[in-house]
Ligand binder design. Structure first.
Ligand SMILES: O=C(O)CCC(=O)C(=O)O
Length: 201
């Protein structure tokens, strides 16, 4: 059995479970999600210019949950069969329910997500955010905020196809996370981050 890694550091509380989904099934689910998810590439205003995110996103959730971040609103779309299968697996593993999932699709290693925390007001305070990674291997980097750790320590988790990452405890308050550019990566990757929201429209 593959080892579960636990990173605990000044409030950071992260678990990495390799091959949570068997690799062949993970690739089948990824193929299904390519067409099932409501992919779009949001535009945002930065320094007076319109910039499109360097990844695609999709928000699927129980009815009425709108996801707001970086000044954008994502209206919910229904759960699809592949998402439902993964939601059930994650809920069983965590012994708790989730009502929304944010999907990210990175075409290759030139696509990325910058350091950020999932600390939006609409997220249930202290509830875990749980990520399933499908497809290409990518680094998932946690960097401590200076207020929590003057050394601003960094922790890198190499995420493989079918892996699970649990961001628990005070992780979102003490650290950012990111998927940095890795230009040698030529294959796509899809991540699903399961969330518990508190407000419905
Ligand atoms: O693609 C990933 O695993 C990261 C996604 C992420 O940072 C997020 O959904 O907040």
């Amino acid at each position: 059995m593959l080892q579960i890694r636990h990173i605990a550091h000044k409030g950071l509380d992260v678990y990495h479970e390799p091959e949570f989904i068997a690799p062949e099934r993970a690739l089948e689910l990824m193929t299904a999600l390519e067409t099932e998810a409501d992919w779009h590439r949001p535009a945002m205003q930065m320094y007076g210019r319109t910039v499109h995110t360097r990844r695609q996103v999709a928000w699927h959730a129980d009815e009425g949950y709108v996801y707001k971040y970086s000044g954008q609103e994502h209206v919910w779309r229904d759960w699809t069969p592949a998402m439902t299968e993964l939601r059930t697996a994650v809920e069983t593993r965590m012994d708790t329910k989730f009502n929304g999932v944010l999907l990210n699709r990175y075409e290759d290693g030139t696509e990325y997500v910058s350091p950020h925390s999932d600390d939006e007001d609409d997220l249930e305070d202290g509830s875990p955010v749980v990520c399933v990674s499908l497809g290409a291997e990518r680094d998932f980097v946690f960097k401590m905020y200076e207020r929590a750790d003057p050394d601003q320590s960094k922790f890198t988790v190499l995420l493989g196809n079918g892996d699970l990452v649990i961001m628990a405890g005070r992780t979102q308050r003490v650290a950012t996370h990111s998927i940095p550019k890795r230009v040698r990566v030529k294959e796509p990757r899809i991540s699903l981050t399961f969330r518990k929201m508190i407000r419905r429209v």
